[in-house]
Design a protein around this ligand. Structure first.
Ligand SMILES: CC(C)(COP(=O)(O)OP(=O)(O)OC[C@H]1O[C@@H](n2cnc3c(N)ncnc32)[C@H](O)[C@@H]1OP(=O)(O)O)[C@@H](O)C(=O)NCCC(=O)NCCS
Length: 204
């Protein structure tokens, strides 16, 4: 009997696991707009599992430029850190996804929300897992946060797997929590707390 791959699996030759060193996070910049418009368009259906419904403009270079300018303004105000996920392969580095640390809240919370997506052309190879590991280092290192949270639509088992591999624990289920792809979705709630956090590690 032939070994038929499951639908989410890519053919073995394309599923070569990545080394974490091949995956980097780079701050989002306006010159990323053309590539992101192409990736958002090609992955439009899959990205509805983790994103709100988008207006048509979102899938254009101009729309991405506008979204990037809002994300950069939010970063400058201390509200978030928007990244592209880059993969170094065959001597070249390219953008293969996005990762956000958003809704950064200081004071008694010192927490942020984590969100991410990866181009289906390279899924199943450990790219998201490596990117989330890097984001944790940024959040608990330079940002001095105590906690990260992530919400996953029920049924998005690949994303749950990424969080579990990165040490997140599940702490609840929220009904009708996020409007993903245009419909209110039940979400599984995850968090990761830095056991080594020290008072005073947060920036002044
Ligand atoms: C979820 C997503 C980020 C995963 O990216 P990725 O680069 O493939 O992730 P990784 O390769 O690091 O890990 C995926 C894990 O899920 C597993 N997996 C993949 N599809 C699966 C499925 N349908 N059911 C269960 N596990 C699955 C993989 O085997 C892997 O686990 P393993 O390393 O233990 O084998 C990507 O599929 C994506 O962008 N999806 C659309 C947007 C989205 O859902 N974003 C997250 C919102 S919370």
């Amino acid at each position: 009997m032939p070994d038929t791959p499951a639908p989410h699996r890519r053919p073995p030759a394309q599923r070569q696991p990545v080394s974490p060193l091949q995956v980097t996070l780079t701050l989002l910049a306006s010159e990323d707009a053309p590539v992101l418009a192409e990736l958002e368009t090609r992955n439009r259906e899959q990205l509805m599992a983790g994103a709100p419904a988008r207006a048509e403009d979102w899938f254009t270079e101009a729309g991405q430029r506008t979204a990037i300018s809002h994300a950069v303004a939010d970063r400058e105000a201390g509200g978030g850190l928007p990244f592209t996920i880059r993969l170094e392969e065959d001597g070249a580095t390219r953008i293969v996804g996005r990762l956000n640390l958003s809704t950064i809240i200081r004071g008694a919370f010192d927490s942020a929300s984590l969100g991410y997506w990866v181009d289906t052309a390279v899924t199943g190879r450990g790219v998201a897992t490596a990117a989330v590991h890097s984001a944790i280092a940024v959040a608990f290192g330079g940002l001095g946060l105590h906690r990260l949270q992530a919400e996953v639509k029920v049924g998005n088992d690949a994303s749950v797997r990424v969080l579990e591999r990165c040490g997140f624990t599940e702490y609840g289920l929220a009904r009708d929590y996020l409007r993903l792809g245009g419909d209110w979705a039940d979400c599984r709630l995850f968090q990761l707390v830095d056991p080594h956090w020290q008072p005073g590690t947060e920036p002044a």
